[in-house]
Design a protein around this ligand. Sequence first.
Ligand SMILES: *Cc1c(COP(=O)(O)O)cnc(C)c1O
Length: 736
Amino acid sequence: MQNIYPETLTDQETLLHSMLAQGPFGTIFGVSQKVFDQVWSNLTDEDGNSALYISMEIGAELDVFNPVKTFLHQNEIVDSNNPLLSSFVKKFLNGPFKLPNYGGGLGVLAGDTLKSFAACKIPVAAISLLYKKGYFAQLVDSRIGQISWSMDWSPEDTPSLYLLKNPTYPDKPLYIEIPFFDEYDKTVMAYAQIWMKLEINENMDFFVPEFLLDFSLPESPHWIRNASNHLYDSSSEKMKAIQRRMLGAGVMPLMDILGLTAKRIHLNEQHGVVAVLHFIAEYLVDKLGPTYQTTLKDSDILEAAKEVANKVIYTIHTPVKAGHDRFNKSLYAGLSHTVCRRILGLLARDKDNPSLYNFTEFAMQVNRAVNSVSRLHRDVTKKQFPQFADKITAITNGVHHLTWISDAKAEVFDSFPELSNWRQNPGMFIKAESLLKNKKFRTSLEQAWKQDTETLINYVNDMLVLHRHQIDETWIDPPNFLSHLHEEDIPLIPTVFTIGFARRFSTYKRADLIFDDIKKLTNIITSLDYPVNFLFAGKAHPADEPGKSLIKIILDLQEELYERSNGLAKLVFIPNYDMSIAKMMVSGVHAWLNCPKRPLEASGTSGMKAAMNGIPNISILDGWWMEGFHDGKTGWKFGLDTPIDAEPLSEEPAALLYEEDSASFYELFPQVLKEFYDPKYRAKYIDRCINNIFLNIPIFNTHRMIAEYCRNYELNLAPQLIKKINNFQKLYTSEI
Ligand SMILES: *Cc1c(COP(=O)(O)O)cnc(C)c1O
């Protein structure tokens, strides 16, 4: 399509036309043709100078970060005379903004990472799957606990998502074909259409495309279509294996059809490691010719693996066993080609069980770099995989600061010249140290915080009333005991000390830890006579029974906690946790709680989001908090922190140390309450907030993190980009 500017076009129309670009696979909105062409030529450059980021999930919902919408607002654009532009404008202004294509921290990290690549103009594309029914929607009933509900969403209505079109038949979608295999090694073709989501940066002068493979086509066999419905469907081991294969086996066909020439392949967790398998197979065909199967020797495979390893960067995310895929060999016989199975047999051995393929082992074998997600996690990973200890390094996770800093706080940061350019450069926050004693900064920050707390508490109060009304209208029993109280006793008060806890509910995260001895907890609260709000949220995987029972435990505690504390303690569960609830919570609470069984957390990122908003953490000394704690300047630690050698990595109930760690929390808690409530210590509390801003934002942001990734990528970047990346690298070195 050509951009024609008739004389009648207003400035707004001119602007809008400059936001339209024609790609080889359709029209997109949000960047200019020049920007589009530049990014696309980077990704398809013959020399191969980009990276491909592979992830099972990507969390980048548009209600927490949406530069195109912000731009339309700033320019007061609400519509256009051009029908095509008008439809784009309306979509971007009105949504839907939810993309339920993620399950938790891993996906949100992926989204934050890609946004920082876009901000820093690093040529990266991403590949993931599109799940027609998302992860799942969480309903919560006080008698039943979590109920999972299908989450139908419509990619075609969602702004910044585009179904790629076939350049030869522009009315038809582009397809890729992926061969699966039956038990006789006969090919069964699966077909996927390709959605492209753009992560456009805040200046709208660069973007990272995410390619989401959608296997829900009638041409695909039904067992493939079924596997495209829900993220992390664990209804059977085969289902799980199919989903992993859909992702990994999709990589080469996608690169071929789009002409992507990525030099590096970054595995965000081992989920996509099947891609590596296919690169190895391709290398063997190229080297030995089409009849390679008959002459193939183990040494050929090992040599091919060594070549392919040069491409691969692997980030490992968890020491928890359930996070590492192991599949029965017999199952793979019905999915994958014999040669692939031979490669796996050689490189994916499970040391405990010869009848399994171990995908973590495979990813560990074939790569140029293995990154763990914090320093402590590196040490743990080295202990878990001693044979690979030499190559395991740390690149501590971060979060995308523009996504997680609330509007109210952003406004404060904007109004202090000391922090100028913080949107481009989160390293600027080092300068906030000079604002520690600045009265105006302190009051503005407190004011903004108050505003964020009110937003959160209003949301919770409205929800409690809404649930109360639903008593008569639905079969759902309100998830919160407070909804059953007299109307005037329901509301939470924003000046009350509010603790937030929200993340996936799984056993090792111990959501119920601080309620282990409820008498002790309520005694602290009543004897000090300080009210406390506890706000909890999070989903448990639908097949995780112990995780689901943790939610039920939280619900069941509410009444007792309220009664024993004479109404001083209010515990609320917010259903259907997502990124926008997360943003409200991490910016509106007064302290962020994290109580995992050390050292199983690996990193944790929600605490970093709180820190970005100046909110102190109260946390077990695990994951990122080992690095973010700064001897107590930024928050509090509790729980056992003995050397990790002594600790088993077990998740067995008996090994979860409830008694020890909760006792440590009760010891600490009165101190925290006094510091918040007693005017004598109030200044100290605000100091902690500002300490977070200048000590933690410069470290735990994804700009710094991707700068560290870039060291592994070794792309040939333009000198000014290298300079920028180097500056972000200088903010922090994870690997010491
Ligand atoms: C940040 C985030 C997470 C991850 O939180 P952790 O503390 O790392 O467990 C999970 N879900 C959502 C919606 C998030 O925004």
